[in-house]
Design a protein around this ligand. Structure first.
Ligand SMILES: Cc1cc2nc3c(=O)[nH]c(=O)nc-3n(C[C@H](O)[C@H](O)[C@H](O)COP(=O)(O)OP(=O)(O)OC[C@H]3O[C@@H](n4cnc5c(N)ncnc54)[C@H](O)[C@@H]3O)c2cc1C
Length: 392
């Protein structure tokens, strides 16, 4: 008897939907794809809560290659993902990424720039004077250097990308079902079925874990663990009366980041590791802006002395505690469990390349276009992190 699904994807966020799309659009695949998504409104998923940031500035060559394919994909997404002549509007705003460093961080920034140069990425290196000239609204007094991707960096609408993948995947035959997975059934080293909260059971040939910040829960249902944990991140909106011309997405040496959004700005900050517990709630820290963010914003951009907070939101990273890099491919201990997890703060922009890569692994048994094997599970089993050093 054949299974209910040849490929069963748990989680229909941007990653699960990208995998479903690439599988269903391949001429070499004619299997049944079932996507189980517990909440089709995606209200609490990470994807719609993301900043949508797109950059080439990474330190691991695979991440740069992943980002390059992403750019190629966004440029043609309206056609590739069109259904009945209508494609998603990703709204790519090519305003750039500016990563700032004090004297302390200068060496690391230069090392990262060298990797990017080797990979053909022309990130600009701006010294203090050049920073001041290009961004006159910036306080550069305590800065040594900045890395600025003037082209091919900025942000997109993450929800439009998710819906674009999903709509196209459905039009190509993917079967999306609103259901929560509550258990996995094993027979030796194989997952043979998943159990749903309704009591139904869906049998499958291969399972893909694309459950975002809940990936470790799925792993636990299979009787294993993943070094992927839910970590809360908070974004605050604010308005400023002064115009800040040509403002890119700025990363400050303190961990603060900000970028324009609509008529105002949004900002946030990476917490210190000791203040970053596993967490799946959505509670806002209402003092964060006045206590931490505002003083840092005003220090970096004097015009931000006069700003007003205008709400915000929280969301979760699926934080890979080993090395903050994606965890991709077959789990060593199972014959048919595939991971697409641990994207930390860059899963939206990695979704096109990851969707393509995982579909290749499922169809051909190996990566055909971009070899992502260094991002595989073996580095967890062998405790060998592949650290991405340009992470915020
Ligand atoms: C504040 C913030 C800012 C970010 N900024 C950026 C950025 O600038 N650039 C970038 O590229 N990325 C960014 N990210 C990261 C990005 O949002 C994620 O890496 C990406 O959305 C991960 O996609 P996903 O499909 O794995 O997860 P999700 O979008 O969370 O999708 C996973 C899905 O799995 C479903 N699910 C979970 N458990 C089950 C179950 N048991 N049964 C059925 N379904 C289940 C969930 O309902 C969910 O819809 C940011 C994230 C946050 C929170």
């Amino acid at each position: 008897m054949s299974n209910d699904a040849d490929v069963l994807i748990i989680g229909g966020g941007v990653i699960g939907s990208a995998i479903a799309y690439f599988l269903c659009s391949s001429a070499d695949f004619d299997g049944k794809v079932v996507v189980l998504e517990q909440d089709s409104s995606y209200q609490f998923a990470s994807t719609p809560r993301s900043l949508g940031g797109i950059r080439l500035q990474y330190s691991v060559p695979e991440n740069i290659a992943i980002a390059k394919f992403g750019l190629e994909f966004y440029a043609s997404a309206a056609e590739r993902l069109a259904v009945d002549g209508e494609g998603p509007v990703l709204g790519f705003r090519e305003a750039g990424y500016l990563i700032l460093a004090s004297a302390f961080g200068q060496e690391l920034l230069d090392e990262n720039l060298a990797v990017q140069r080797d990979e053909g990425v022309d990130t600009l290196r701006l010294d203090q004077a050049a920073l001041s000239e290009r961004f006159p609204w910036l306080n550069v007094a305590d800065l040594a250097v900045g890395a600025f991707g003037a082209r091919n960096e900025g942000w997109i609408d993450p929800y439009a990308l998710l819906q674009g993948f999903r709509r196209k995947a459905v039009s190509l035959g993917a079967d999306y079902r609103e259901a929560r997975v509550v258990g996995l059934k094993r027979a030796g080293a194989r997952i043979i079925a998943v159990e749903l909260d309704s009591g139904d059971v869906v049998s499958c040939d291969t399972v893909v874990n694309a459950a975002g910040a809940r990936a470790h829960q799925i792993a636990q249902m299979a009787g294993t663990d993943l070094p992927v944990r839910p970590r809360k991140r908070q974004i605050v909106r604010f308005e400023c009366r002064t115009t800040i011309p040509d403002c890119p997405l700025v990363f400050d040496p303190t961990g603060l980041y900000f970028r324009p959004e609509g008529a105002g700005f949004i900002c946030g900050m990476s917490p210190k590791p000791e203040d970053d517990p596993d967490c799946l709630d959505f509670e806002m820290d209402h003092d964060l802006f006045e206590r931490d963010l505002w003083p840092m914003l005003a220090h970096r951009v004097p015009a931000f002395e006069a700003i007003k907070a205008k709400g915000g939101w929280t969301g979760h990273y699926a934080f890979n505690v080993l090395d903050q890099n994606a965890l991709l491919g077959y789990h060593d201990a199972y014959d048919n469990l595939v991971l697409a997890n641990g994207f930390s703060g860059h899963g939206v922009q990695q979704s096109p390349a990851v969707g393509r890569a995982i579909s290749e692994l499922l169809i051909y048994g190996y990566y055909r276009t971009l070899d992502l094997s260094r991002l595989g599970y073996q580095r967890v089993a062998q405790h060998q992190p592949l650290v991405e050093r340009n992470i915020y």
